[in-house]
Design a protein around this ligand. Structure first.
Ligand code: ARG
Ligand code: ZN
Length: 855
């Protein structure tokens, strides 16, 4: 059943308060609720409910009988409801057998909730929609073997009950939608700290985890305090409640959840320790902590009117966490990493049958829309508007947004209205970015006229037509522009007239027509233009650069991001258009050693080669995975050979030292691993022994895993022994063991049989999404293995298995096959047959919607 944005209607009742009692027992849980509701508009009183056993319901003191309501598997509709309605409802649920990880579920010895987007209706009957906000009072009762009883807000009371049971009552003074409700019942240890807000209020900070994991919570705690400070400094937003709790759970579908005052986190997003966590994973912990914290203002205090507006909170919040992360490490590298993921995941999604606008206009299952497009393209839209305004005006705009809408459930239009009115700059022409799918392509040429002293830039934009979007419109595309002197490499200072006449303001030109020409005057020397600086818009750029121009930018651009971007453009030409690699190889060989000496982290990224998945997203028909793989391998080998003597020197110059968590040391560790990979590839003598030594002497996971990867992926004689060592060392550390599965599943020289064996291993666990993803996600990094009949069957079998058990996850795994139709024959027909065979074998709305979109 498809739901449309245009059909939105406001709720007919508001909920003034809810009193919830959750009684947890071993084989069932009872939920009693008292809802005080009041009519807003005419219309039925509808309460959502799914998989609930209704025990009794009364309205204004009178017990209702089945004649008084209509009930179906999705909802309870009260006939002729009075304007003032007080309901008492009791239901029975089964968290102990809830494998879908939505609503209230038991994970090991812990009961937790996941209610976004529509999990609350699996806990009790309620108008489960984000525009119904209410005040929650929650009483939890459980056996004393579960000493930890948590819910949102402040602890009001706790005490004993008969039969070795106890209770706790929590009251959350802020109104919130049901998707932000959370409860936790278990036996957890807690790390405590505190933060004093800019208003001088003391906030108690608590991170709950299994006792053995508590030492791994310090990185997250520091990140939380840093995030709280950052949101005060940059957005003027202090925290509002007296406490902020975070709970770590190992079985979780997504990264984390911003429940008001009681975040619930996948362990992989909160636990961090150098011994078991790589540097990028530790960074991911910090940015996820920031993301969920920032939701308190962008998501919780101001929430979404309906789920079509998801990117209102997610896009904006991702932009905020990316900006925060730019202050933790090199801003250029942060931007490289964010753009690199945008291009390989979001661009790929937007180029296939699952393409959708950041704000979709219809869906069957909202769970299918927690996508790279909603999150990451949504973040790019917020970033474009922020960049165009500059920090001061953007702050005026966001101040206005918080002033106007605090406590409300709003839309994307409300955000753009506020930013425009607050800053005094009209941004409404950005709205189509939210409602049009596809990645725009900017094409262009440049011409220098030496006698007229002008440089003329012609730019045009186009977006591919898609079903339902036959007439894509021109969007406002901010293009970061700079000119560099071709002879000296210096950036030209554009001043006075040149700026006024050509429409470039603060280095940004807004391309908002199908075609535009910009003339730069008083240009006294031949320039090289640098475009889309800092990735000023989420577009593909196809500019008539010579390869030499790009090599020039790789060498002379002043921002590390732009250097990286120039290298990427050269690489795409080599890998997709068959250009000769010589220009690239010379340029990188020239630039690398110097960058490595000053900024090893940036150097590690300059050696990025576009992933096979990204390259695949740029090929729309007759895609031959083996051919793409082979081309990429040839290039990697040429790069390895070109710098063979350098790798050897560079590796020796980077001895392992004590672990420090700062970007200089992190840069060295990242670079050491990249260099090791090239040294092995170049057959530098002894390189595989270096890998074994690095494994044995490693002081942190970044070093150990980096070495293990080289050993395993190159079938080194030492690989098996090190794998066994790794297993013994980390058998009891789930997150490290995930890496053990991942490194084997991701082996480019592996095969489907190996992946299947991993899923038969005694430590494989179908109830833990992290473990499933450690195999399915990493195996997917190798399109040559995925796009075989066995590979595709492997994925459809998993989707089928998860269809009932965990449809949200099953759907995501199926999405990995979305570009099947680009394959060359006979692979394409085989793929269709395999996908068609899945039809009729699956029934969840999540998996069915994805499968229908794919076929
Ligand atoms: N709001 C969460 C976040 O991005 C994600 C929750 C998604 N959950 C889900 N079942 N789709 O921080
Ligand atoms: Zn989020």
């Amino acid at each position: 059943q498809t739901i449309y944005l245009k059909d939105y209607t406001p709720p007919s009742f508001e909920v003034l308060s809810i009193d919830l009692t959750i009684q947890v027992h071993d084989d069932h849980t009872l939920v009693h609720s008292k809802l005080v509701m009041q009519r807003l508009t005419s219309g039925d009183l509808t309460l959502c409910g799914r998989d609930l056993e209704l025990l009794n319901i009364s309205l204004n003191g009178n017990v209702l009988t089945p004649d008084d309501y209509n009930i179906d598997p999705e909802q309870l509709i009260i006939k002729n409801a009075p304007d003032q309605a007080e309901f008492s409802i009791s239901v029975k649920i089964h968290p102990e057998s809830n494998t879908q990880l939505e609503g209230l579920y038991q994970a090991g010895n812990l009961f937790v909730t996941q209610n976004e987007p529509e999990g609350f209706r699996k806990i009790t009957f309620f108008p489960d929609r984000p525009d119904v906000l209410t005040v929650f009072t929650t009483r939890i009762e459980a056996d004393k073997k579960y000493p930890t009883l948590l819910a949102n807000g402040n602890l009001v009371e706790k005490g004993d009950l008969p039969d070795n049971r106890h209770f706790a009552i929590w009251h959350d003074p802020t109104k919130k939608p049901s998707y932000l409700f959370a409860a936790v019942i278990g036996d957890l240890a807690v790390l405590k700290d505190s933060f004093i807000t800019m208003e001088g209020r003391k906030v108690a900070l608590e991170i709950y985890a299994l006792a053995q994991d508590l030492p791994k919570c310090h990185v997250a705690m520091q990140a939380l305090k840093d995030s709280m400070k950052w949101d005060e400094d940059v957005y003027g937003r202090p925290y509002d409640l007296d406490n902020y709790m975070i709970v770590a759970v190992s079985q979780f579908n997504m990264g984390a959840m911003e429940n008001k005052g009681l975040n619930i986190f996948n362990t992989v997003c909160v636990l961090a320790d150098p011994e078991i966590t790589t540097d990028p994973a530790m960074f991911y912990v910090k940015s996820t902590i920031a993301h969920e914290y920032f939701h308190n203002w962008t998501g919780n205090r101001i929430t979404c009117r309906d789920w079509f507006q998801l990117c209102l909170k997610e896009g904006f919040t991702v932009f905020r966490d990316q900006s925060f992360s730019e202050t933790l490490q090199s801003a250029a590298v942060q931007r490289i990493d964010d753009v690199s993921s945008l291009k390989s995941v979001q661009f790929a999604e937007d180029a296939g049958p699952l393409s959708h606008p950041p704000r979709p206009d219809h869906f069957v299952e909202i769970n299918n829309f927690y996508t790279a497009t909603v999150y990451d393209k949504g973040a790019e839209i917020a970033r474009m508007m922020a960049n165009l305004l500059g920090p001061e005006k953007f702050r005026q705009g966001t101040d206005e947004y918080f002033r106007r809408h605090d406590g409300q459930a709003v839309t994307v239009e409300d955000l753009v209205d506020s930013l425009s009115d607050g800053s005094g700059v009209d941004l409404h022409h950005f709205l189509p970015w939210y409602s049009q799918p596809g990645t725009p392509c900017v094409k262009g040429t440049g011409h220098y006229d030496a006698s007229a002293k002008t440089y003329t830039l012609k730019l045009s934009q186009s977006t591919a037509k898609r079903p339902n979007y036959p007439e894509p419109q021109a969007l406002p595309i901010p293009v970061g522009v700079a000119l560099f002197d071709k002879n000296t490499g210096e950036q030209l200072q554009l001043q006075g007239n040149a700026l006024q006449q050509n429409g470039v303001k603060d280095g940004l030109f807004v391309l908002d027509q199908a075609e535009q020409t910009i003339v730069f005057e008083q240009i006294h020397t031949e320039p090289v233009v640098s475009l889309l600086r800092n990735f000023s818009a989420p577009v593909l750029l196809d500019f008539a650069y010579s390869d030499e121009d790009l090599a020039f930018l790789l060498a002379n651009e002043t921002n590390g991001f732009n250097q990286w971007q120039a290298a990427q453009m050269l690489l795409e030409r080599i890998l997709l258009q068959g250009h000769d690699p010589a220009v690239y190889l010379d340029a990188i060989a020239q630039a690398l050693p110097q960058v490595a000496d000053t900024d090893a982290l940036l150097a590690s990224r300059l050696l990025d080669i576009p992933s096979e998945s990204y390259l695949a997203s740029r090929i729309d028909q007759n895609f031959n995975p083996a051919e793409v793989h082979e081309k990429r391998e040839v290039l990697l080998k040429a790069l390895a050979d070109k710098l063979k003597t350098y790798w050897a020197q560079a590796y020796q110059a980077l001895p392992i030292v004590a672990f420090e968590d700062n970007s200089v040391e992190m840069g060295k560790r990242a670079y050491r691993n990249v260099v090791l990979g090239f040294a092995v590839r170049a057959n530098v003598e002894g390189a595989l022994d270096w890998a074994s030594q690095q494994y044995d002497n490693a002081v942190c996971m970044t070093e150990r895993l980096g070495a293990l990867r080289q050993l395993v992926w190159n079938n080194a004689p030492d690989a098996q022994a090190r794998l066994e060592d790794f297993y013994k060392r980390f058998k009891h550390e789930d997150l490290a063991l995930d890496q053990w599965f991942a490194v084997q599943a991701g082996n480019p020289k592996g095969n489907v049989q190996l992946a299947r064996q991993l899923m038969q291993h005694q430590d494989f666990d179908w109830s833990t999404p992290n473990r499933i993803r450690s195999v399915t996600g990493h195996f997917a990094g190798n399109p040559i293995l995925v796009w075989t009949q066995e590979g595709m069957q492997f994925y459809t079998e998993i989707a089928k298995r998860l269809d009932q058990q965990n449809p949200v996850l099953g759907s995501r795994i199926l999405q990995l096959l979305s570009r099947w139709y680009t394959l060359a024959e006979p692979m394409r027909s085989e793929a269709r047959t395999i996908l068609q065979a899945l039809k009729g074998q699956v029934s969840s709305s999540s998996v069915c919607e994805t499968l229908n979109n794919l076929l």
